[in-house]
Design a protein around this ligand. Structure first.
Ligand SMILES: [Zn+2]
Length: 443
């Protein structure tokens, strides 16, 4: 009984945390595209600028308390605010229930929802709770979910993704994962719970993966080199002359009986998309080169010091010097960032070269890089290709219900696909096992 009420209190706590995060997301979604400060001024009515009292500021309930209208000027307050707060609250509480409270054999209709929790999570036994060991990783997931919701909303409204919303989860992963791995390795040496071939919560190079450690770090250094080259003007930013072109394109009045093109149409009419992709390929050359040199260099360094020996058990070359868990986690995050962003960027470049207009925005590239950093490279690649099917799903829903009046940008599809992959990865693995006729357990 005591344990049951304690559990309920935890779920309510995650619900409240999600509602508060939703409240912050509302502020970000409203203020970021306008370039306003996120911290000041405090929340106020958009029409008459009357400040909200602390009670009206309570997520979800504040809006209900006001009956959806400003206390002072009676103008309507969008229902989007409480809906976003509720959705994020359900996401946070729902993932807590699925990851840390649902027993592995639990089923819901035909689907075993007990399999949704990753192998290192799941409900506790006795006093040992996986949450005690892995809560920073869960926090990282919540940060990613919150930012995906915010990116979805801003992208759907403005067709752009504020890059800060992608950098926050990527930076969180880059700090949280190596630090957590370091603490776990010091205290216990490994995760309390994991599956065969898992050494961490996302795919990593593993204890013998020096090549991939060098590859990931070399690629990241190459990325920094590209950013420095860009800042110093040695390579140029793509679409730099877009605004000048837009001015010329809109200078003459549209022909009789035609609407002037909107921002989105103009963007697709820009004639130099193919040429601009060459600049983006130049930007990607240093990371690609850095990764190759890094991987080769790490191999050579091991060969020159402790040496590689053939291991008949694994069928690969091993070295007595193991990659420490924190470094494996760090490399796993970098690899996820580079692969997630890289796949989206290459599709952008080849799509734009093929069609002569910009295919997929750079914001989408940043979004996929963030997903890769938090969930690892395999989930990022799976989510990226699932997004195309999510797009088809939206189109079908739109055709059936007629609710979606206009084309959605790609960011929301990527975000929804990423959440679906987190939820249904066991199902994906089952599908892959059947397809390949062998057991598949993605690391
Ligand atoms: Zn008002």
């Amino acid at each position: 009984m005591l344990i049951a009420s304690f559990t309920v209190a935890q779920v309510i706590w995650f619900f409240a945390l999600g509602a508060s995060a939703g409240s912050l997301i509302n502020v970000l979604v409203y203020r970021l595209p306008l370039g306003l400060s996120v911290v000041t001024p405090p929340s106020r009515c958009p029409s008459c600028e009357t400040r909200l009292t602390w009670r009206e500021n309570i997520p979800i309930f504040g809006w209900l308390l006001l009956g959806g209208r400003c206390r002072f000027c009676r103008s309507k307050i969008s229902a989007e605010y409480p809906v976003v707060e509720f959705v994020v609250a359900v996401l946070f509480a729902g993932f807590y229930i699925l990851w840390y409270l649902t027993p592995p054999d639990a089923r819901f209709a035909w689907f075993s929802i007990g399999q949704i929790a990753p192998p290192w999570a799941g409900p506790g036994t006795g006093i040992v709770s996986p949450l005690a060991q892995t809560w920073p990783i869960f926090l990282q997931l919540l940060i990613l979910l919150g930012c995906l919701v915010a990116m979805t909303l801003v992208d759907a409204k403005t067709f752009t993704i504020p890059l800060i919303l992608a950098w926050i989860p990527a930076a969180a992963a880059l700090v949280i994962q190596p630090v957590t791995a370091f603490v776990i390795e010091r205290k216990l040496g490994h995760l309390w719970r994991s599956a065969p071939n898992w050494d961490w919560v996302i795919p990593t190079p593993g204890p013998h993966g020096w090549y991939w450690v060098g590859f990931a770090i070399g690629g990241a250094i190459g990325l920094i080199v590209s950013l420095i080259l860009l800042a110093s003007g040695l390579i140029t930013r793509s679409f730099a002359d877009y605004e000048e072109w837009e001015k010329q394109a809109t200078a003459s009045a549209p022909p009789e009986g035609e609407q002037p093109p909107d921002q989105q149409e103009l963007w697709l009419r820009y004639p130099h998309a193919r040429r601009e992709m060459v600049k983006e390929l130049a930007f990607l050359a240093p990371p690609a080169l850095g990764a190759i040199i890094g991987g080769w260099g790490a191999d050579r360094a091991i060969a020159a010091t402790v040496g590689w020996t053939f291991d008949p058990v694994s069928g690969g070359f091993v070295t007595p010097y193991h990659v420490p868990l924190w470094l494996a986690a760090f490399a796993g995050v970098l690899l996820g960032y580079l692969v997630g962003g890289g796949v989206a960027w290459l599709i952008r470049i080849f799509g734009s070269l093929a069609f002569g207009k910009e295919a997929m925005g750079l914001g989408d590239v940043h979004l996929m890089a963030a997903v890769g950093a938090c969930l690892g490279w395999i989930d990022a690649v799976l989510a990226f290709f699932l997004a195309a099917f999510v797009g088809v799903g939206w189109a079908l829903l739109g055709a059936v219900f007629g609710g979606l009046r206009r084309q959605l940008p790609y960011g929301p599809h990527l975000a929804v696909a990423s959440v679906l992959i987190v939820l249904f990865r066991p199902l994906v693995e089952l599908g892959l096992s059947k397809l390949l006729r062998m057991p598949v357990h993605l690391p």
